[in-house]
Every structure is written in structure tokens, then in C-alpha cells.
Ligand binder design. Sequence first.
Ligand code: SF4
Length: 344
Amino acid sequence: MIPEKVKKILKKQQYRIVGEKGHSAVQICRWTKNSIRDEGVCYKEKFYGIKSHRCCQMTPAVMWCPNKCLHCWRAIELTLGDKLAEKAKEKLDSPKEIIDGCIKAQKKLLEGFKIKPETKHKTVSKANMKKWLEAQEPMQFAISLSGEPTLYPMIGGLIKELRKRGKTSFLVSNGLYPEKIKELAEKKQLPTQLYISVNTPNKKLYKGFHRSSKKDAWERLNKSLEIISKIKGQNEGRKTRTVFRMNLIKDLNMEDKMILEYANLIKKAKPMFIELKGYMSVGFARQRLGYERMPDYNEMIDFAKKLEKQLQKMKLDYKILDKHEHSRAIVLGKNKKDLKIKSY
Ligand code: SF4
């Protein structure tokens, strides 16, 4: 399914293609490595309580996405469009094959961390072996590695299988397939945490920023925001938490004049949380946007406070609940006690 040239690039980036049909992949997150070495955890562990060292960063649609977002660190110039959704089931790996394949590949990728007292060679690994042992069984699946995961037709089945195995799942979507989000809600196959990425306040900026193959991309995104507004939160008996996620880039999508438009989109989506993440100049994004567009922590805090003020002016009682300075990440919500994931 994936051209050899692209497979080579992915392999070089430490991706491992999993499954027989080869449309899924896993890559060890740097925070998983950091945590195994007791060198810090990711902001999602700090905010929501998932365990970075037991996290599997994966995707069932590694090279399929309708967008070419400016800030994306993946090789989006090589993506294969969005036709994965039209492939017949037998042409795709099943949820079980993908999950088993990810766990097997993750174990292999973490082999190098193992401290082998039996070998006479001085080991270089600084791994916390208790964490390394726990990491052999990932309990959190971050369905966000690359591509648009809702293009995988059996995404609901994959989430359901993860729930059955007692694992949490974070699904990060660009919101361009509202019918799929609706289907997940109707079939009660929603993830532990459902992210919709919103990186522009209006249609005009959306076009230049996302360079989508979908002419009605902005309308599709807004439809998805309406759909998640109706998804009940964790403290209303449902086990799904919705997140309005913004990736902020200096001098591009975080100007004061844009705050009211973002606030209106948040009003439409009524998310449980709003996550602000500072753009990272890594991977292929470096060539497109460079370093100088990375907002520093104070600029992120400044934007978060202005957004908080605007939302409260609109009687939407969101407030800053937590921050992660290293990742320049900030989360807003209604109540700090809602932050930690209580049930799987
Ligand atoms: S939740 Fe995200 S940042 Fe945290 S360890 Fe998993 S992939 Fe990495």
C-alpha cells in the first residue's frame, strides 16, 4: 500500500509499519523514552494521569490525510490522499491485528532499554527497569502518530477492542469526517478522549493553513464541532472526554484579533477541555515554518489568559486548570477535579 520510497523515510524516522496490509504504524514517543529513564513525563500524564512509559503512539492510517497543514512535522508532501476509507475491509488489517502488531513492535523498539546484568558489557541504559517491565504492556494508545485516523473504516472497532482490553485511547482527528465522529457516538465506540484539532479561527485562514483537498473542509470541521457538543462528558455517565485542541504558531494563528472567533468556535463545540500547544519546529515543519515561529511559554500564557477572559465574558466558565512549561502546553476546563481520567 505504501510506496517503498516512503517506507524508507518512515523507517529512518523510527516508524515501524505493523499489520500484514501495512497501513498502520507505531513510533516510540520521546516522552515514553524520557519517562522510562526517569527524565520527565509528557503533559498528558501531568494533566490527565495517563502513563507516558505505558503509552503506544500509533496510527491505522500512517500516510493518509486530506490536509497538508503547515505545522505538521510529518512528511505530508508524500501523503496518499484519503482513499483509505474506501478500501474494502479485506484489504485492511483488522483492529486486533493492528493492536497486537503495535504492542509487538513497541516491545521490540524498547528492547534496547533493557538492562542485561548477565552480559559482561557495561550497559549504557539508564532505564528504570520497573517502568521498562510495565512498558511491555502499553495501557494508553495515542491514536495520533500521523495521518487522519478516522479514515480507517474500522476505527470504532479498534477503540472498542482497546476498551475491552482495559486500555485508554486518545483519538486526535482533524474533524473532516463528521459522519465518522457521528457513527462512533451512535455506536458507542468513542475513545477515552476525543480531540478535534482547530488551528485557525476562520475559513480564510483555514484554506492557506491546511491546504485541504476537501473544498468544504471548513464546513466539515464545523459540523464535527457541532457533533462533539452533543457528546456527553465523563461526569454525565458517558466515558468520553472531548478536547478542542489548538496548535499555536507565532505571527500566524494566535493574534489577539482572532480570540473572539476561537471563542465562538469553542461555544459551538462545548468541549470538556481546551488544550493549547505551542508549535514545535521539528521534522518537516522546520522547513515550512522554521524556529522563529515557535511561541515561548510567556506568549502561550498570555494567549491563554486572553482566551480565558473572552470565554468568561461570554459566560462560558472555562479557566486555566494546568500548564506544562517544557511542552508549552496549557489546558482550560471547568473544574480541576475533572482533569484526571477516572475510568477506562
Ligand atoms: S500521550 Fe502523547 S506525548 Fe504522551 S507519551 Fe503518549 S504519544 Fe507521547
